[in-house]
Structure formats: C-alpha cells, structure tokens
Design a protein around this ligand. Sequence first.
Ligand code: IMP
Ligand code: MG
Length: 215
Amino acid sequence: MDTQQVEGSRAAAEHADGSRSAPALPTLGALRAYENDIERVLITQEEIQSKLAELGEKITRDYEGRDLLLVGVLKGAFVMMADLARHIRLPLEFDFMAVSSYGAATQTSGVVRILKDLDHEIAGRDVLVVEDIIDSGLTLSYLLKNLRTRKPASLEICAMLHKVDVQQVPIDIRYVGFDIPPVFVVGYGLDYGERFRNLPFVGTLRPEVYRDAVS
Ligand code: IMP
Ligand code: MG
C-alpha cells in the first residue's frame, strides 16, 4: 500500500473557488495499527471479494422469482452481508438478529442468548441466514431451531467461513465461502474483544495480542 498516497488522501481538498471539502476519514491509518497485531493473512481481500461475487451469482440463480429475506447474525455478519447483497441481482430485504456467543474470549461457551430479535415475521418467506463463521455450530443450530418454529417457506445458510472438523452439531450449509483450519481468526467482520472487524482480510493474531489481553 502506498503510505504517502494514503496520508495525502486525508488532507482536505481545495477547490478552484477556494472552498474546501471535508478531509477523508483516516481509516487506513487506523488499519495500519491493527496490521501490526496480525500474524498471518489467511484470506486476502481480493479472494473474499471474488468469492462473494461467485456466491452472489449462485444465490441470484437459486432465488429468482422468490421472496428473499437476508437475515444477518450480528455483529460479525454485517460486513459480509453488505458486500454479498450487492452481488445478488434480485429484489430482497434485510433483517438482523443478535445473539451472544463468545464475549471477549476465544472459546465458544455453548450458551446462546437472543439479544436482538428480527423486526419482522418470517412466515412464508425464503430466509437466507448470513453468518460470518461456523465454529462449533452451536450458535447457528440454536438459531435455526428457533427460526424454523416461525414457519419460513425455506431456510438456508450462507457462511463466509467454516472451520473444518470442529462442529459439535451437524449443520447443512448451503453456501460457504472458505473452509479454514480450526484456528481463531479476525477481520472482515470477525472480532477479538470487539476489535479488528474492519480489516478487509481474514487473518490470525500474534500470540502477544492474547497475552496482553489477559495480563
Ligand atoms: P459457534 O457457535 O461455535 O459456531 O460460534 C459462532 C460464533 O462465534 C461466530 O458467529 C463468531 O461470532 C464467533 N467465532 C467463532 N470462531 C471465531 C473466530 O475464529 N474468530 C472470531 N469469532 C469467532
Ligand atoms: Mg457472529
């Protein structure tokens, strides 16, 4: 990344008539601080974007003529949902749910609580649940059971990441971005202690980051 160019873009632009537009937000500067905490990039921004285009194409084909409702699982899925939705060339609606899963730790608790429910009924709708990552599968399995009782016309899952060999409950994932090893990852919506969600790639953290957090 060209540092000079990034810094330069933060300056307020001066127009010919002497007026000035607001300076761009210093997003990339903030990301540089995060990048020091990253051990390894597992999936690049380019890989993510081309995978989403591919998934969007499939979803467009599969849901043609249907009543598609994307249900995002907050907070992690919001980044993916925004990008994925723009690759789906169909009329669709959004809704969101928030469930508790990890808190600030990196191990799943198995305890799932609905913190925010859907705004609307889903009876008769074609519901596609958008998840950032499927680890033990406990969160999603609970969520699916709950959503099924509301009688949607169909209920499928689209997950950006799927950790292999760690599911404690079988889950049928219709659309999956990437299979990854069972390691803790951050970025592209995924957090560690609420940080790192805005990284445009998926990566692992340096061990010092966890050590600093507990000491
Ligand atoms: P599960 O119930 O074990 O499948 O966990 C699902 C939720 O835990 C995800 O929606 C994430 O919010 C969180 N999670 C699981 N693995 C990771 C990870 O590697 N990094 C960050 N969050 C994770
Ligand atoms: Mg999540």
